[in-house]
Design a protein around this ligand. Structure first.
Ligand code: SAH
Ligand code: SF4
Length: 352
């Protein structure tokens, strides 16, 4: 992907400059044009003036996670997170919008309203920032990474930061193509995941999308009544419509989907609701579903009228998981990384 500024500069240049520039940005992972030594000096200067590569970000690290607050050129701030997985792989969690219009009660992003969609370039820049950082830090000693690498790379991208990716599908899908492109960040399609609160038009757009990326549905409740209480957008997209779209998706793609289910104490974590969830999921083939139980991350600013949400106790989460297991469903409990730097899912608020 080339920005309009780069395209303009290259208009009167020979065709091979495009390849050189692509390589400098995505393979050499340069952070400023001075490093693009294959290019003539006057071209580098022009690029530096009109298409700067620097990404303005403040980074806070906490053990296995690093959160970046990125300042966009219009002054808005977005957040992205690098997660060093237990298996040695690096996952970048990217934002798709500045804020989110959907206002889920449990989500920090949803509390501050919506500002605008991110451009494809702004989405790609989030992964580029961490790819550059990884390149410039020593490779981990994790035996789980393949040997022989000079530096670590971004292995996975998940759209679980700020915003609803299917409400910005044009730019999100363009960014995904650059993530996947051999001449881009060269990330396998099966290592890219999109999480949605259930925008059916988006699920249907993904059916037609040529790359075999992963789909996750933020379900959080097994019936429309409770779901609407937690997620106002559920009034527009009843479970019946979402599951119709999911069935079509599974029929076409035959790829496993992830059901994300927050565990909020006393709200959606009862044994009875686990049974209701299993009933709901009976509609789709069991071998194509994995349920991810997510301990609620306190956001400190829930709009729930009757006080704050709390995460479910771990034994409650395990009971819920076992109840699903007895019904033949595979369920996992998400290890919540980054809670102490407010970099875990649903805590990204884009504030300084
Ligand atoms: N808008 C999309 C993607 C961004 S949210 C969506 O809703 O799926 C990414 C994930 O974080 C979703 O599963 C979301 O439900 C979850 N999340 C939101 N608030 C959270 C919180 N307080 N604790 C843990 N997860 C949360
Ligand atoms: Fe938006 Fe997703 Fe947060 Fe809901 S959970 S407010 S859809 S970002």
């Amino acid at each position: 992907m080339e920005s309009t500024a780069i395209k303009k500069i290259l208009a009167d240049q020979p065709a091979y400059r495009h390849r050189q520039i692509q390589e400098a940005i995505y393979q050499k992972l340069i952070s400023n044009w001075e490093e693009a030594t294959a290019l003539p000096k006057d071209l580098r200067d022009r690029l530096a003036g009109e298409a700067p590569l620097e990404i303005k970000a403040e980074i806070i690290a906490d053990g296995a996670t690093q959160k970046a607050a990125i300042a966009l050129t219009d002054g808005n701030i977005i957040e992205s997170v690098l997660i060093k997985n237990a298996d040695g792989r690096n996952t970048v969690c990217v934002s798709s919008q500045v804020g989110c219009a959907l206002g889920c009660l449990f989500c920090a992003t949803g509390q501050n309203g919506y500002k605008r969609n991110l451009t494809a370039e702004e989405i790609v820049a989030q992964a580029l920032l961490f790819a550059r950082l990884l390149k410039n830090s020593p490779p981990s000693s994790s035996p789980l990474r393949k040997g022989g690498e000079e530096y670590e790379r971004v292995d996975n991208v998940v759209f679980m930061g700020m915003g609803e990716p299917f409400l910005n599908w044009d730019n999100v899908s363009e960014a995904i193509k650059t993530f996947n492109d051999k001449d881009g960040l060269n990330i396998a399609a099966r290592s890219i995941s999109i999480s949605t609160c259930g925008i059916t038009a988006g699920i249907r757009a993904l059916i037609k999308f040529p790359l075999q990326i992963n789909l996750a549905l933020s379900l959080h409740a097994p019936n429309d009544k409770l779901r609407q209480e937690l997620m106002p957008i559920a009034k527009k997209y009843p479970l019946k419509n979402i599951f119709d779209a999911l069935k079509d998706y599974l029929h076409e793609k035959n790829r496993k989907i992830m059901i994300e289910y927050l565990m909020i104490d006393g709200i959606n974590d009862t044994y009875h609701l686990a049974g209701e969830l299993a009933d709901l999921l009976e509609e789709i083939p069991k071998h194509l579903v994995i349920i991810n139980l997510i301990p609620y991350n306190p956001t400190g600013e829930t709009r729930r009228p009757a006080g704050k949400f709390q995460p479910s106790a771990m034994n409650k989460i395990k009971d819920f998981k076992n109840a699903l297991g007895r019904r033949g469903f595979e369920a996992t409990i998400r290890e919540s990384l980054g809670g102490s730097i407010a970099g875990a899912c649903g805590q990204l608020a884009g504030k300084k």
